[in-house]
Write a protein that binds this ligand. Sequence first.
Ligand code: ASP
Length: 178
Amino acid sequence: ARRIGMETVSTRELLMDRELERWKKIQLDKTFTSRMIFEKEGPTMGTVGAVAIDDKGRIAAATSTGGTPNKLPGRIGDSPLVGCGTYADDFTAGVSATGWGESIMKVTLARRVCDLVERGYNALEATGVAIVYLERRVDGLGGVIAIDKDGNIGYSHNTPYMALAFSRKGETKVIMSE
Ligand code: ASP
């Protein structure tokens, strides 16, 4: 971003009071694990994902995360790992994931959704099957959004909440607002 001259802001400006308070609370309980955070609150850490397809069938996916609290500095989550939190392939689907990163990484969740589309599932079926697998295989918690090569939209989550919306030909629809 710096190289192409994008304006940057200080880290303090990115810090929300709500998150700072939550972080302070978590420090008091040494047994608090990231799984408990996702169980209690769902993926509310500030992760935003997007998937898109254009009129030429080119698919893109993006994931921006606030991370997970109480991790060692330098921890790399699933979001920037290709195939885990994010994946796009014009032949199958575009996928973005949120949730408990350690479990998402173990099953390379985003790539798994694409593989299911390759096997004939549409985006909705593929995201559903992938989340069931995440839960059964590694006791994971998370959610995914996807768009497949035919333009079908898919989403699934086993966390309490996952806000999502889609836009098609100028029409925008909020599916879940929390
Ligand atoms: N998946 C992210 C991580 O583990 C967190 C999230 O989606 O809220 O870093």
